[in-house]
Design a protein around this ligand. Structure first.
Ligand code: HEM
Length: 152
């Protein structure tokens, strides 16, 4: 009953004195906080490296798809013209295969790791040992896939 009759006094304050007009990054800088994850001291691990690669290859594929699409729209020549141009460079078979390998690697990697991701999405291979073993297997598969593409 005593609590119900308790007196409360309110103090009027301006919004500016309570709400700090400071961004998340400014606050972290003021408090001397490091960026999280603190990349400069973060030990490189297979898990994080493969994850970064997945994002990188996804972005590379995105750029490639857009470039091919827009190129086809705005170019006055068809693909045969560019094939003839490359043939005209008289590159050796090994150089050509190496170049094709480099261009195709994002597709080989992203497909192999994408399938690994899809297995994870079904709840499989999520134990840390399995994450590592599928990581190594995926890297090997990505090389084989890309080599097949480069040799076509
Ligand atoms: C031209 C084809 C493709 C493009 C442009 C593309 C692009 C991307 C991009 C930009 C991401 C986001 C990466 C990130 O934010 O970390 C992504 C994620 C993903 N991609 Fe692809 N991708 C392609 C083909 C494929 C294929 C063929 C597969 C599977 C066989 C695949 C499976 C996945 C999966 C599972 C994720 C989500 C990974 C996660 O959960 O973090 N992608 N893709």
């Amino acid at each position: 009953m005593a609590a119900a009759n308790r007196q409360v006094s309110l103090k009027v304050v301006s919004a500016g004195s309570t709400v700090k007009e400071e961004t998340y990054f400014e606050k972290n800088e003021r408090l001397g906080r490091e960026m999280s994850p603190h990349l400069t001291i973060y030990q490189p691990q297979l898990t994080s490296m493969l994850s970064i690669m997945h994002r990188g290859t996804g972005m590379a594929l995105g750029v490639g798809v857009w470039a091919l699409g827009l190129g086809a729209l705005i170019s006055s020549h068809d693909i045969n013209h560019y094939v003839t141009m490359v043939e005209g460079l008289q590159l050796s078979g090994a150089t050509l295969t190496a170049l094709k390998f480099i261009i195709a690697y994002p597709a080989g990697y992203h497909t192999a790791n994408g399938i690994r991701h899809l297995f994870w999405d079904t709840g499989r291979f999520l134990k840390i040992k399995e994450v590592y073993s599928t990581g190594y297997a995926m890297v090997a598969t990505s090389f084989v896939l890309t080599a097949i593409l480069a040799l076509i």
